[in-house]
Design a protein around this ligand. Sequence first.
Ligand SMILES: [Zn+2]
Ligand SMILES: [Zn+2]
Length: 302
Amino acid sequence: MAIKSILRWGSWPFLFGCCLALFAYGMHIGQPILYFNLAYVFLALTLFFLERFMPHEREWLGADGQLWQDLAHTLSSKGLVQGLLVFGGVIGLSAFLTPAAEAGRGIWPREWPMAAQVILGVVSAEFMLYLAHRMGHRWPPMWAFHAIHHSVKRLWIVNTGRFHFIDSLISIVMALGLLLVLGAPMEVVKWLSAVTAFIGMLTHCNVDMKFGPISWFFNTPELHRWHHSKDLREGDKNFGENIMLWDWVFRSYFNEDRRPPVDIGIKQAMPVAFRHQLMYPFRRNYYHGLRDKRTEKDPHIF
Ligand SMILES: [Zn+2]
Ligand SMILES: [Zn+2]
């Protein structure tokens, strides 16, 4: 059907473009939070309908019993962490660091056009996001936090924000910390937050989309579905959050011309209840199991 073909190829660039345009308008008129929220709700609603109209995996439409846990993790990680950072840490830190940059001592190129500064911000922050994500997979104490995100059995827009809040905190502090140390202005930080939120929801959506060369540059659902594979030859790849540059540089880019597995998740058992999931990385037997059963081939089996 022609309409589905247009939607398959056009949805990702169209939706991402609309969200960027709405946010740019909001920044222009001094209402970034309002327009960010409008764009985010527009994106979520559109993807929610597309997931039902043209799902990538029909099996993933069924309930997995984790809806409230997904929402609770989203609220605790995005809400609490970003709230604290944006209203406390970032503004405080930025007020402290920004004068240094304005006096000509910072190395951030504030004279560049804002679009170029945003691209520079996304590329440089992405290095930290990549590092935090890769450490989350390779370093067992950090994997204990990141495993909450990977324990999902299906991908859809609602588990976009399913992160242990400490997992989110580590990557946000690393990425925003770098930008602020470099002397980036708050506009760049706001743009990075918006881009990360839009791309994050798109990468988790269960919509039958096609990408072609878009996946060379951006983190797309087709790349992120490999990242959620149980098979570490596929799952231990594509660590990029927004762009794939650092996956290319550090040779962790993975995409093949076949369907990624439907049966996604992790090999160890994850508690069902939200509060037990929050405590999961702190359980004592987690580290005992780690020492006894970890194999070199599969660091995720405990
Ligand atoms: Zn991951
Ligand atoms: Zn994911």
